[in-house]
Ligand binder design. Structure first.
Ligand code: SF4
Length: 689
């Protein structure tokens, strides 16, 4: 029996996995003891991967209008329809909507086709829903989308501040690493900032149940507290940053009493947190979707980074701001430029970058400006402006805000292509062409985790039926559209080599992402490696105080916290998120019985006093509704929830539970900088069914 070294396809921790196919057709799964992300650990989802590999529900053959078709016919139809649409309505009438599930090689080819040859930047991704605010915050502060630290910092820190992160369920192996570190160093402290008392509170020395979107006020107040108490790094601030005065001027208006009002926290609890932060040099602030999925998400990111810049706690062991990504390859997507506002290889749409990328790709038709971001893309589709769309490895009919409107937009779109492993996702149902994609265990490529570590996903199973890798499907369409020579790939190693070569920044020393050191590396045996790799891998960035802004200095960003949010009487603030054992819309985890045993159906967490006021009893059905949609879910009455707030998990779709699609209720309001939707901040009414 041969064991294959690969990487977990779920969260952004990016754990190494050993997969061993057995003679009876099953696959034994174990954590890879040599992978630096997990050192052999796996969570419940990762360890159940072998139970999710059945062909039940797989899309095995191309389909046109619901009927089986040949690859030839399906690819020809996609290529000619895209060509005709572009000829008649222009390049901005077509779009690709991708996924942090795609491998870097898939992402690279899709981005190259759209931005390099179709000549439109209308390629966005579900990563927009995941960490776009972190990208925007990084670029505002550092001049680059760079995660400064690494997982080891979580073990070296004396204080870990978790903001909007249920790490215990959403990044379980990182949680396990912190638990182990805390057990060996009991003086280590953990602060959890989250409106809910999640399982992660179990390791918290202090839980701050902050009012939704109160995080900015909390960190702006912290900045003022640090300055007031002289907890600053004057040399670092003077020599390696700019804009501190303006940020501190705004912060001065946020004394602790005002922070208490804005956050719903006691002054005592706030003071305790501030004192711990001030007194602890080795502090890491970990933040996730509770920060990013907000109409002020980018400001929240910068409010956190400001505190680390003022204290000089960045780029050194055991300290720094740390964004943990939700998806397995959200980082890889960012690296190839798979967001509508990026060009390629961490390059923006500058004239120099457009010229360079065009020269590299051999195209004179490179997109000149950013394209439509996710929410705007589907809104444009609803207006009839997007006439052909290709959706890859994601399920926007369930995961986009105002999901019913997204379904209607897709239903009215003249041409919808879906490439996916699954035969009947809620999005696939409305597609004109369905293309069977190879899945985890069958695909061959790379992913990048939250600590900038590139790892290989390797195949150990043959792709079933006529399923094909995404890079192959995109390349075949590109060739049929007349772009043949640029898409004549025969394997993913060729694509990775091209991606590596494009990342090389020639004589320009002002970019963080450069894989030149991997040129000529043996793709098959590529070991997990952290970028940048121009000269060598780098575990930490910015330790020398050099940033990627024009003047080389990190930028403080003045942050004005949003006004406290006061829902109308009878309304609840709806928070959405994950449960421990399911992933996204359950197309894979829904196959493992033991994963569904944790939570078998969608639910709403509601505070006992709110439930009593509405006559909602435990385990009865609750109708949640607003102007955008309705969901009917089971009541989970618990004081883990703040009064006036409810929480519903995001996973259930029409395939698994009728009326369980919570994103139908989420408003399509976005952060003005990052365009990331506020997926944790809708208003709903609740009533017993
Ligand atoms: Fe997979 Fe994330 Fe679990 Fe690791 S922590 S096994 S990457 S789901």
């Amino acid at each position: 029996m041969t064991t294959t070294r690969t990487t977990c396809p779920y969260c952004g921790v990016g754990c190494g996995v050993l997969a061993t196919p057995q003679p009876d057709g099953s696959v034994t799964i174990a954590g890879d003891p040599d992978h630096p992300a997990n050192f052999g650990r796996l969570c419940s989802k990762g360890s159940a991967l072998g139970e999710t590999l059945s062909l039940d529900g797989r899309l095995l053959h191309p389909e046109i209008n619901g009927a089986r078709a040949t690859w030839e016919d399906a690819l020809d139809l996609v290529a000619t329809t895209f060509q005709n649409t572009i000829a008649e309505h222009g390049p901005n009438s077509v779009a690709i909507y991708g996924s942090g599930q795609l491998l870097t090689e898939d992402y690279y080819v899709a981005n190259k086709l759209m931005k390099g040859f179709i000549g439109s930047a209308n390629i966005d991704t579900n990563s927009r829903l995941c960490m776009a605010s972190s990208v925007a915050g990084h670029k505002r502060a550092f001049g680059s989308d760079t995660v400064p630290g690494n997982y080891e910092d979580l073990e070296l820190a004396d204080l870990i501040v978790l903001v909007g992160s249920n790490l215990g369920w959403c990044h379980p192996v990182l949680y396990q690493r912190i638990v182990a570190a805390k057990a060996s160093r009991p003086d280590m402290r953990v602060v959890l900032i989250d409106p809910r008392r999640t399982v992660t509170a179990d390791i918290a020395d202090l839980h701050l149940p902050v009012q939704s979107d109160g995080d900015s006020a909390l960190f702006v107040g912290l900045l003022a507290h640090l300055a007031r108490n002289g907890v600053t790094a004057p040399d670092f601030v003077a020599n390696h940053t700019s804009g501190a005065e303006a940020a501190l001027l705004v912060a001065e208006d946020w004394p602790i009493a005002r922070v208490a009002t804005a956050t719903g926290l006691s002054e005592h609890a706030i003071t305790l947190f501030y004192d711990w932060f001030a007194r602890t040099e080795k502090t890491v602030t970990v933040y996730s979707q509770g920060v990013n999925q907000s109409a002020s998400g980018t400001d929240k990111v910068n409010a956190i980074i400001n505190c680390h810049l003022l204290t000089g706690r960045i780029g050194r062991p055991g300290m720094g701001p740390f964004s943990v990504t939700g998806q397995p390859n959200a980082m890889g997507g960012r690296e190839v430029g798979g967001l509508a506002n990026m060009l390629a290889a961490h390059m923006d749409f500058t004239p120099e970058a457009i010229e360079r990328v065009g020269r590299f790709w051999g195209s004179d038709n490179v997109a000149q400006s950013p394209g439509l971001k996710a929410v705007d893309l589907f809104a444009a589709m609803a207006r009839g402006e997007i006439k052909a769309v290709w959706i890859m490895a994601t399920n926007p009919v369930d995961s986009m805000p105002e999901a019913d409107a997204v379904r209607a937009a897709l239903a009215a779109c003249p041409f919808v292509v879906v490439s996916d492993m699954s035969a009947r996702t809620d999005t696939g149902v409305v597609a004109h062409v369905r293309l069977p994609a190879a899945g985890w265990g069958e695909k061959d490529g790379t992913v990048t985790n939250s600590e900038r570590r590139i790892s290989r996903q390797r195949p150990f199973l043959a792709a079933p039926g006529e399923a094909r890798p995404d890079w192959w499907i995109v390349s075949q369409v590109a060739q049929r559209m007349g772009f043949g020579a640029a898409f004549a790939y025969t394997n993913p190693a060729e694509i990775f080599a091209e991606h590596t070569a494009l990342s090389s920044f020639e004589n320009d020393g002002a970019r963080d992402f450069d894989l030149t050191g991997l040129l000529g590396a043996d793709y098959e045996s590529l070991a997990p490696t952290q970028w940048p790799i121009r000269n060598k891998p780098s575990a930490r960035m910015f330790g020398t105080g050099a940033f990627y802004t024009p003047d080389g200095k990190a930028r403080f960003v003045p942050v004005l916290p949003p006004p406290p949010f006061a829902p109308a009487p009878g309304s609840f603030i709806l928070n959405t998120g994950r449960v421990r054992d399911h992933w996204h819309t359950m197309t894979r985890t829904g196959k493992a019985a033991r994963l569904s045993a944790h939570y078998a159906e969608p639910f709403v967490e509601i505070h006992p006093q709110d439930a009593e006021a509405l006559n909602i009893r435990r385990a009865t059905l609750v109708r949640l509704n607003n102007n955008h949609g309705t969901a009917i879910v089971r009541a989970l009455v618990t004081d883990r929830q703040r009064r006036g707030h409810v929480f519903v998990p995001m996973h259930w779709t029409d395939q698994f539970a009728s009326h369980g699609r919570v994103d139908a209720l989420v408003t399509a309001k976005v952060d003005p900088v990052s365009a990331q939707p506020a997926l944790k901040m809708a208003l709903v009414h609740a009533e017993p069914v």
